[in-house]
Design a protein around this ligand. Structure first.
Ligand SMILES: C[S@@+](CC[C@H](N)C(=O)[O-])C[C@H]1O[C@@H](n2cnc3c(N)ncnc32)[C@H](O)[C@@H]1O
Length: 190
């Protein structure tokens, strides 16, 4: 996630973190899939292309992201996908085989105010991840998995502890070094 990225769009446009996570969505998606914080819909639409995916639910708190994705789905007459405006799981029902999350994960002070909804994960950067993991278990199938991406600026050790504290195990499945000392991690959480 590059806070200095040249975009004036309020909806998060796919960046390094999106493309890194997308590779694993292609591999892991099956059955019912939830894309939390869908933004442009890149992860949800990638999952939808997998033949073994039955349904995709795409969620975002941002009305404009939801509106644009709904419009795109209508125009392309896509089936098996629905978009919900929700603060994390507030309006999400049911269980999923895979939950994908590219969260806002930067500390608040590292982010320009206008991008705070898409980029800032709270004061320390990991607060949204913490809220997400507290609720995620209730929405996973028995062998369901979570795919999540975050950066060293989120605080890797803190994220590891939050995962364990919420009764999950995890495996780091990818890593990418970005410019300016930022590093990305992709985790499988189960
Ligand atoms: C970093 S962007 C990721 C967008 C897209 N999934 C991708 O991979 O490019 C984070 C997204 O999470 C959404 N978001 C932020 N807080 C949220 C919340 N509490 N509940 C649901 N979505 C949220 C933002 O609006 C934004 O679209």
């Amino acid at each position: 996630m590059n806070n200095s990225m040249p975009t004036t769009d309020v909806v998060y446009q796919p960046a390094e973190d999106s493309y890194l996570l997308q590779e694993y969505v292609k591999e892991y998606a099956f059955g019912r899939v939830l894309d939390m914080g869908t933004g442009s819909g890149i992860q949800a639409l990638t999952a939808l292309k997998r033949t073994n995916v039955k349904e995709v639910v795409a969620v975002d708190i941002d009305e404009e992201a939801v509106r644009r994705l709904q419009q795109g789905i209508k125009e392309q007459r896509l089936r098996k996908i629905k978009v919900i405006k929700s603060d994390l799981f507030d309006r999400v029902e049911g269980h999923f085989n895979l939950i994908i999350f590219n969260p806002p994960y930067l500390p608040k002070d590292d982010v320009d105010k206008e991008f705070s909804l898409t980029l800032s994960g709270g004061k320390k950067g990991n607060e949204i991840i913490e809220r997400f993991l507290k609720e995620a278990k209730k929405h996973l199938n028995e062998n369901g998995k979570i795919l999540i991406v975050f950066s060293n600026l989120t605080g890797k050790e803190k994220v590891d502890n939050i995962i364990k504290k919420n009764g999950f195990k995890f495996q780091q499945i990818d890593y990418q070094k970005l410019e300016m000392f930022e590093e990305l991690y992709v985790y499988e959480v189960y």
